[in-house]
Design a protein around this ligand. Structure first.
Ligand code: MGD
Ligand code: MGD
Ligand code: SF4
Ligand code: MO
Length: 730
């Protein structure tokens, strides 16, 4: 008899509530839970493919060990842990704690205990080397608020705003950035119905741009220019919130000077957007009552991502787009500690330059964590502190890190390369050990990770939470563990005491999170760990568990509290480093198009999640590869037809791409998804129609990188394109 279970999807960060039909212990179908109060039944193709993902013949059912001939063979996971623990101990003894590094990627996120336990293990060994995908994603998102200072009351929410600015983000597809993740298309539709004026800055007419009041479709990489131009218009025309500025802001005069060169005419010449559209965008944003500005991955990966993020915060600040005393806090936290927001600024703090120093390019720890773009060099560069062992958790360096050729060399140079992955990813194929984990429906889950994104307008717009028990058992005959159990197992074998901290909240008044010492003899359960992680939460986890289909836990008292009379902090709209960068922008020569005629920009495909999902036939029926989407006028000029192969050359590398017409893209721009292809080499190039190619090869971590976070130019990359003369097998 089929049974129905309620759960939530963990294929992406959005955590949609689902209804799973289980037959003979296997998930056979997944649909959205129509009665859910925030998702209203929404799912995407990936969520509906969870049964296929769980039963995928490509899925690892056993951990794997690399053999001397480079092939992999199954190994019992307990034995793998014994061997790995001994090898790590040996590396530690010879090279010290800094030689062991951890990289946590996309799929460490949906499993609440994964990163805390992996980080606890690293910490117990005394290694500071924890890297995450955040510094090759949107590092400016954490760096910019450090430089500006945080408004403790939080930003205006999307759902009652009358304008919204999205800069290089496409939330209707990505379910991320700028619009709440609970079916962003629905939030957008409702907003435009009630008259929201949406402003989009994107070289592609995105799905979101179709609903826009103004769409600026610029030359990629010119966002600082455009935003400085908008700020100049708003200041010149005195459309600012002067009362807010007088009380809470510093640096106005320096800001005025810094944006002075960015006249609408200069912006038009440089970014190639009509001056009158720029002015309309500025006036639309400033004249609205409520609304915010958000930046996505595109501009964060283009040059000066910190500056773009910073200028968006400046725009919101001079227009006073922050919640004030007495206003309702849309999400005061559920599984996190309650947010005691006040109507005041927290002072700026350093964005970089503290903590562990990298041995290359003068990089250090940042507000966004250690710079992942430095990790390949940390592995390759001999000397004291060289990284000898890398543990990747739910990440895929070979697919996702910039500078793929260097990444490949680093993977091969490691003494010990371990990855926790559900499949033989491009990284797993080079790893010494691949630990095979349980998949989402086989484990308990809670929406704490999604909730933690709330301050970035990516999480929940209301105090919502869901807990799910495991819905199915791991497949019969498999030898799978949870990601966290692997790190716990290593800790046990190496004699370490692991500790986890409760999830914190954003309120400045909150006490330090409670630390729990784990029982290192009697292994805790997922539920134990979830309890430790939610200590101090506004709603006890036990109460959330009583609503297996998810619940909104309103708090009518959650309003922004008055400013503390002793508070003197102000938001700084003229951080000196940002002002200097802006001066550089205004004086540098315009990038010319004669050597590299095209700009390659990043984008996402709806049916795959970075490099995940590409092994599920149902999800790659349309595109098993990553097409190079271009405007048809460009195809005509290059004399190539859709479906033909082109060679794409940047200053640092070359890839092949299968072209596809998309007239929503600005001519002169190639829009191409990342994390496709496999290791560099002719054999994999010849499979471009089967596996696509890796745009990471077009970036160099040593050139054109952000001097603080190390992220190199991964979007708006100058490239040349030519028809590929050789035949590529279909
Ligand atoms: N050129 C270019 N590079 C980029 C980007 C870009 O736009 N352009 N985007 C960047 C961004 S935003 C990010 S976040 C990074 C992503 O960087 P990564 O996180 O390193 O890369 P992913 O491809 O997301 O890797 C996810 C891995 O997790 C595995 N996996 C899937 N499900 C599970 C699971 O349930 N458990 C475990 N343990 N593993 C699982 C997948 O098989 C895959 O190998 O890439 C960045 N790189
Ligand atoms: N379906 C699906 N969903 C995903 C993912 C996925 O792979 N597939 N990945 C997840 C991850 S890891 C992340 S971080 C989020 C990212 O979420 P988003 O940032 O919303 O991701 P994209 O859809 O790539 O949107 C980036 C936009 O930036 C534009 N762009 C590129 N370069 C520039 C530039 O220089 N200036 C401007 N103004 N725009 C530019 C692109 O045209 C594109 O529309 O999505 C997440 N969600
Ligand atoms: S949007 Fe994300 S969470 Fe929702 S069904 Fe799709 S993959 Fe799952
Ligand atoms: Mo990301």
């Amino acid at each position: 008899m089929p049974e129905t279970h309620y759960s939530f999807c963990r294929f992406c960060h959005a955590s949609c509530a689902i209804k799973v039909t289980v037959e003979d212990g296997r998930a056979v179908s997944v649909i959205g839970d129509k009665d859910n109060p925030v998702y209203h039944g929404y799912t995407c193709a990936k969520g509906r493919a969870l049964p296929e993902q769980h039963a995928n013949p490509e899925r690892l059912m056993h951990s794997m060990k690399r053999q001397s001939d480079g092939s992999h063979a199954a190994i019992p996971v307990a034995q793998a842990m014994d061997e790995i623990a001994a090898k790590v101990q040996d590396i530690l003894d010879r090279h010290g704690p800094r030689s062991v590094a951890l990289y946590t990627g996309t799929f460490s996120f949906p499993y609440p205990a994964s990163t805390p336990l992996a980080a606890a293990w690293l910490q117990a060994m005394g290694s500071p080397m924890h890297f995450t995908s955040a510094t090759i994603d949107q590092p400016g998102k954490m760096v910019a608020p450090a430089l500006l200072g945080r408004w403790e009351g939080g930003p205006h929410p999307f759902d009652d705003s009358d304008t919204w600015l999205l800069v290089g983000a496409n939330p209707t597809i990505s379910k991320s950035i700028g619009i709440p993740c609970t079916n962003p298309a629905r939030h957008l539709h409702q907003a435009t119905q009630r008259g929201m004026k949406l402003i989009i800055i994107d070289p592609r007419r995105t799905e979101a741009a179709r609903a826009a009041h103004v769409h600026l479709q610029p030359r990629p990489g010119e966002d600082p220019t455009i935003l400085a131009g908008m700020i100049r218009v708003i200041l010149d025309e005195n459309r600012v919130d002067q009362a807010f500025i007088d009380e809470n802001v510093q640096g106005m005069e320096a800001l005025r000077k810094a944006v002075a060169p960015f006249t609408p005419e200069y912006v038009e010449r440089r970014a190639d957007v009509p001056a009158h559209d720029l002015i309309t965008a500025a006036r639309t944003f400033a004249d609205a009552e409520r609304g915010c500005a958000n930046v996505g991955t595109g501009p964060n990966m283009a040059p000066r991502g910190n500056l773009t993020e910073y200028l968006c915060l400046v725009l919101a600040t001079i227009c006073g787009r922050w919640l004030r005393e007495g206003e309702r806090i849309p999400n005061p936290g559920v599984l996190m500690a309650p947010a005691f927001a006040r109507a005041q600024a927290s002072p700026p703090v350093p964005g970089w330059g503290f903590g562990e120093k990298m041995r290359v390019r003068g990089l250090s720890d940042t507000a966004c964590g250690l710079p992942t773009a430095a990790l390949a060099d940390e592995i390759l560069l001999p000397g004291d502190g060289q990284v000898k062992a890398l543990f990747s958790l739910g990440g895929n360096p070979m697919a996702a890190w910039p500078d793929q050729v260097k990444t490949h060399a680093a993977m091969e140079a490691l003494e010990l390369n371990v990855t926790v992955d559900i499949k033989m990813s491009a990284t797993a194929k080079l790893a010494d050990y691949v630990i095979a984990p349980k998949l989402s429906l086989e484990t308990e889950g809670m929406t704490l990770p999604c909730e933690s994104l709330t301050p970035y307008v990516m999480g929940y717009p209301v105090p919502y939470a869901q807990y799910t028990p495991a819905i199915v058992e791991a497949p019969e005959g498999s030898d799978l563990i949870e990601d966290w159990e692997f790190f716990y197992g290593l800790g046990q074998r190496m004699g370490h005491q692991l500790r986890v901290a409760a999830a914190y909240s954003w309120g400045p008044d909150n006490e330090a999170p409670e630390i729990t010492e784990l029982d290192m003899v009697q292994k805790p359960s997922n539920d134990d760990l979830f309890d430790y992680l939610t200590r101090g939460s506004r709603i006890p986890l036990a109460e959330v568990k009583q609503y297996p289909r998810g619940q909104i836990f309103e708090d009518s008292d959650a309003v922004v509290r008055p400013r503390d009379p002793s508070c003197e902090a102000r938001l700084d709209v003229a951080n000196s480093v940002m002002v200097d960068e802006l001066a550089e922008v205004s004086t540098e020569p315009l990038e010319r198009d004669d050597e590299y005629r095209f700009r390659l920009v990043s984008r996402r495909l709806p049916d795959v999640h970075n490099s995940a999902g590409r092994d599920i036939p149902k999800l790659v029926r349309k595109y098993p590869y990553n097409p190079a989407f271009m405007h048809e006028s460009d195809l005509r000029a290059l004399e190539v037809e859709p479906g033909e192969v082109v060679a794409i050359h940047s200053r640092y590398g070359s890839i092949l791409g299968v072209v596809e017409i998309e007239n929503d893209i600005r001519p002169g721009v190639i829009s191409m998804p990342h994390a496709f292809g496999d290791a560099p080499g002719d054999e994999n190039d010849a499979r471009v129609r089967q596996i696509g190619s890796n745009t990471g090869k077009l970036s160099s971590v040593e050139q054109e990188f952000d001097p603080y976070t190390g992220i190199p130019r991964m979007s708006a990359i100058p490239v040349n394109v030519e028809r590929y003369p050789e035949t590529v097998p279909s």
